[in-house]
Design a protein around this ligand. Structure first.
Ligand code: TUI
Length: 317
């Protein structure tokens, strides 16, 4: 059994968060991961508070275990979602893509553990100072909006910089990744891409197929010129966007407009041409659709075997 400060803090069986994925992780997936012993997270994305309230209700119908909601702080609905989560608290709120500082005290006061996703040491320190219960150090191997550093370099530097528990995210897809994260000093892990193909995930089947068929070099990072890089799978949409970014004659205004609605097209419509299929680099390792409980138990059976057996194996060499 891997028990850490995170399992104690949240009263959960496994130190695992299912990474929030806008348009993908709804109340059903979140409940399934929480029932499996981790923390499932509803991906708030750019949805209004009413959608999030519906998903919280659905999750509560399906589980009595703790679960979370993620808010990307660039959502146009961030303030109404913040108010909803004060009126109707959940166990965990994760935030991304900005500074959670002005909301933390209000959420903390209603008993929620606020756990920001951060891409650097400076932002981890700031989150700790502002009252975060833990941080998720997310490396650039992750899908979606990403920072500059990769997991291997980011996690131990964040671990050394703060006293609150650190979860590692980015590039983790199986028990080897989980074990490696603990070796870097993390107290937990967050994984998104592997849960896209969970049986309980309601994303369009084309999205699951894209992940299951992906090979190691199948992701691409767009949006660098705009200052907000996004990792997604290669397809006509992302290749064309990358070509436009490389073309100096295409203006920033034009680039800004291109991605709007593309994630919904991928996740809801399964549009293989025009959709933006956000995914982590680890997609090449994800080859089977499994239930959330199968994924979680397999991850921790592998990780525990490695963490207890591998050192002896290495000493024997
Ligand atoms: O947030 C993410 N990844 C995402 S969000 C998303 S979909 C979306 N939908 C609607 C609106 C917006 C987004 C797809 N992928 N990852 C966490 C993350 N946070 N990565 C990097 C950061 C980050 C960046 C800057 C966190 C804090 C930060 O602070 C900057 C500041 O100025 O305070």
């Amino acid at each position: 059994m891997i028990k850490t400060k995170l399992t104690d803090l949240l009263g959960i069986e496994y130190p695992l968060f299912q990474g929030a994925m806008a348009w993908i992780s709804d109340g059903e997936l979140a409940a399934a991961v929480s029932n499996a012993g981790g923390i499932g997270i509803i991906g708030g994305g750019s949805a209004p508070a009413s959608w999030i309230a519906d998903q919280i209700r659905r999750a509560r119908e399906l589980t009595d275990k703790p679960f979370g909601v993620n808010i990307p702080l660039i959502s146009p609905y961030v303030d109404e979602v913040a108010d909803l989560l004060v009126a109707d608290p959940v166990a965990v709120i994760t935030t991304g893509a900005g500074n959670a500082g002005k909301y933390i005290a209000r959420w903390d006061a209603v008993g929620t553990k606020v756990i920001p996703v951060i891409p650097s040491v400076a932002l981890a320190r700031r989150a700790e100072k502002e009252g975060a219960a833990a941080v998720i150090a997310e490396g650039g191997e992750s899908g979606g909006h990403i920072g500059e550093l990769n997991t291997m370099a980011l996690v131990p530097q964040v671990v050394d910089a703060v006293s609150i528990p650190v979860l590692a995210a980015g590039g983790i897809g199986d028990g080897r990744g989980v074990a490696a994260a603990f070796m870097l000093g993390a107290e937990g892990v967050q994984m998104g891409t592997r849960f896209v193909v969970a049986t309980e995930c309601n994303v369009h089947p084309n999205y699951k197929r894209k992940i299951l068929e992906a090979k190691d070099r199948e992701t691409i990072t767009t949006g660098k010129r705009l200052g907000h890089p996004v990792r997604c799978l290669k397809n006509p949409f992302s290749r064309s966007l990358a070509a436009k970014e490389a073309d100096e004659n295409v203006s920033l205004e034009e680039l800004e407009g291109i991605g709007v609605g593309a994630l919904r097209l991928a996740a809801v419509e399964g549009d293989l041409e025009n959709g933006c299929f956000m995914s982590g680099e680890i997609a090449g390792l994800v080859t089977r659709e499994q239930s959330a409980v199968e994924i979680v138990t397999e991850l921790f059976t592998e990780a525990e075997a490695l963490l207890t057996g591998r050192a002896q194996e290495l000493v024997c060499l």
